[in-house]
Design a protein around this ligand. Structure first.
Ligand code: ACO
Length: 377
């Protein structure tokens, strides 16, 4: 077999897997999840329906949905040693993504040993762990899970101790659905690489969380919201945005490596945001954010003509999650609550027709070195 010697930094343009889970077309601004356009699926589906779609290739029938809900609700109890780990992390004030990575790694204490069972355990546990840690950081005890609640309702309940409104649950589910899967992104690729060695799903998802935690992947929504708050008023928006662009800064929540038209997920979330802010008395923040968005897109075209810099998913993610009263520290962990559906589905897909990932590297080091004894160096 001929060796491929062309090096592509970041594997850009390299096709490394075949998948039936999601398809991203950046030029047309199209995202399909399990064959459905994201705008068709995300605002309608329960999160459990999307999980079923990703795991099994189809939407569940009513009995299947009931069974999946029962299964996930039955897996919400946190192993005591995992809880101890979260308490130690809270005492050390670790960032939530580090605590989550540690806690998920310890779920080997609760695995069933089969891949599908582990997928369910991981999807069920991630929101429980995130919510428990958020409370521990605030000096509060974790809330006892309520098995009667849906997956999304349970997450909000475990964060606050209050049963959320149907509108809040709908908004969260729409967000979770938009973020459930997105092609072969860095964390998903990490998960597939790990499981391709026939390692287990707990290891794969632990690695994926480590990849998601980096600021180049899961970290933008917090800064996008900070920018809106720092601008503070309509009058300050234009001078402030111009000043940032003239200093050569990037406007957070705009631009995307793949989408050169508006990110279809931003489109879906934009429709979700309006009713949330109508109900929570923070309409002014929403109005300001819309103003900043319109202005930013116009100014980006003025300062960076022809680059196609449009609003990305992170801008509206920040608005949805802020509208649900989640603190910015919870934005990336909530991304993990959604994406664990995709990670586990990719692991199951990889295992169904597995070949271990083993790319090549091009050696660029020295070739003619000779050993020098320690005392002569
Ligand atoms: N604000 C200002 N200028 C920008 C922005 C931005 N948000 N994004 C890109 N540009 C400019 C660059 O400075 C560059 O200008 P130049 O050609 O004069 O040097 C040009 O547009 C092209 O930029 P690239 O860096 O080549 O674009 P790339 O595709 O690599 O970047 C990225 C994509 C990283 C998302 C970038 O747009 C960015 O930094 N955005 C802000 C951060 C952000 O919102 N990240 C979340 C992305 S969504 C997600 O990851 C799920």
């Amino acid at each position: 077999m001929r060796m491929e010697t062309t090096f592509r930094a970041g594997l850009e343009g390299v096709v490394a897997a075949q998948t039936r889970l999601s398809s991203v077309d950046g030029d047309r601004g199209e995202l399909l999840i399990g064959g459905f356009p994201v705008g068709e699926l995300a605002p309608r589906a329960r999160f459990e329906e999307v999980v079923h779609l990703l795991w099994h290739g189809d939407l569940p029938a009513e009995a299947e949905l009931r069974e999946l809900r029962r299964q996930l609700a039955g897996l919400r109890r946190v192993p005591p040693a995992t809880l101890d780990l979260l308490r130690a992390a809270a005492a050390g004030r670790l960032p939530a993504m580090e605590a989550l990575r540690m806690a998920v790694g310890s779920l080997s204490l609760a695995t069933s040993g089969d891949a599908q069972g582990d997928a369910a355990l991981l999807v069920a546990q991630v929101p429980v762990l995130v919510a428990a840690y958020a409370r521990l950081l605030q000096g509060q005890e974790p809330v006892e899970p309520d098995p009667g609640l849906s997956h999304a309702a349970s997450y909000l309940y475990l964060l606050t101790g209050r049963v959320p409104s149907p509108e809040a649950v709908r908004a969260l589910e729409t967000y979770l659905n938009t973020a459930a899967d997105h092609g072969l992104n860095a964390s998903t690729f990490s998960a597939r690489v790990i499981v391709s060695t026939e390692s287990d799903l707990v290891s794969a998802v632990t690695g994926a969380i480590g990849a998601l935690k980096g600021p180049l992947h899961g970290g933008a929504p917090g800064p996008a919201l900070d920018m809106v708050f720092e601008i503070g008023s309509r009058e300050r928006a234009e001078p402030e945005l111009r000043a940032r662009l003239e200093r050569g800064e990037r406007l957070m929540g705009f631009g995307h490596r793949i989408y050169k038209v508006r990110d279809p997920r931003a489109e879906v979330l934009a429709r979700t945001v309006a009713p949330l802010y109508g109900a929570n008395g923070q309409g002014e923040v929403y109005e300001l954010a819309l103003h900043v968005e319109r202005l930013a897109v116009r100014l980006l075209e003025e300062y960076k003509p022809g680059r196609g810099l449009q609003t990305n998913v992170e801008f509206y993610t920040a608005l949805v999650l802020h509208g649900l009263d989640l603190s910015p520290a919870l934005f990336t962990p909530t991304f993990a609550v959604a994406r664990v559906a995709g990670w586990t589905a990719h692991c199951l897909e990889q295992l169904r027709s597995n070949r271990i990932f083993r790319p090549q590297s091009v050696y660029t080091g020295a070739t003619d070195r000779r050993w020098v004894p320690l005392e002569e160096r």
